[in-house]
Write a protein that binds this ligand. Structure first.
Ligand code: ATP
Ligand code: NMN
Length: 173
């Protein structure tokens, strides 16, 4: 039987409970999910505080603790390129063969659609609550951010001192 796979591109800065629901939703529809850690070259900025390696750790631990079967998951970092029209071909060189793309991001959807892929568009999962930009802001302000993130992902983020990193990045010279 053919193994059905979907890519889930995202920056995951950080991986939150909306992303967790997205992965579970995907695994109800395909056999394997390929989580593409986009903008893999980015780190140590307000928009992208974590390295690709740190994001892999945070996502893996979060999924494992929530009972997601890691045998069905690939986590693959992909750096950005300066050419949107070549991005799908670029992603394809990093990941196993796949048939579907899971995304709500308009640019991602149009690029994969034009390349002939089927888009699986998930519903918004509590989107007003689960937005990574807002969660980074809560970390900066010292507000309670842990409720928005899978428990074991939050533990990794604390160990890595990501809130401290974000606060430092806010300082002026
Ligand atoms: N709560 C959610 N419900 C459904 N899809 C989501 C949710 N949050 C993010 N996504 C989807 O997950 C993918 C990756 O999202 P991304 O990593 O950019 O998270 P984000 O919360 O939008 O982050 P940021 O605020 O930093 O842009 C995108 O396709 C996005 O639409
Ligand atoms: N030209 C490119 O490199 C290109 C194009 C479209 C999306 N992407 C990446 O895909 C990811 C999409 O995820 P988000 O939905 O989190 O924005 C991002 O990392 C984004 O940079 C890259």
């Amino acid at each position: 039987m053919k193994v059905l796979r979907a890519v889930i591109p995202g920056r995951f800065q950080p991986f939150h409970k909306g992303h967790l629901q997205l992965v579970k939703w995907t695994l109800e529809r395909v056999n394997e999910a390929i989580i593409v850690i986009g903008s893999a070259q980015e780190s140590h900025t307000l928009q992208n505080p974590m390295t690709a390696g740190e994001r892999i750790l945070a996502i893996r631990k979060g999924l494992e603790c929530e009972g997601v079967d890691l045998k069905r998951i690939y986590l693959i970092p992909v750096p950005d390129i300066l050419m949107n029209s070549a991005w799908v071909a670029h992603v394809k060189t990093y990941v196993p063969p796949f048939q579907y793309v899971v995304s709500r991001n308009p640019l991602v959807k149009i690029l994969f659609e034009e390349a002939g892929y089927s888009i699986l568009e998930p519903p918004p999962f509590d989107r007003e609550k689960y937005v990574a930009t807002n969660i980074r802001l809560m970390m900066i302000k010292g507000e309670e951010w842990k409720n928005y993130i899978p428990r074991c992902t939050a533990e990794v983020i604390e160990e890595l001192k990501i809130p401290h990193r974000l606060k430092k990045l806010m300082e002026r010279d």
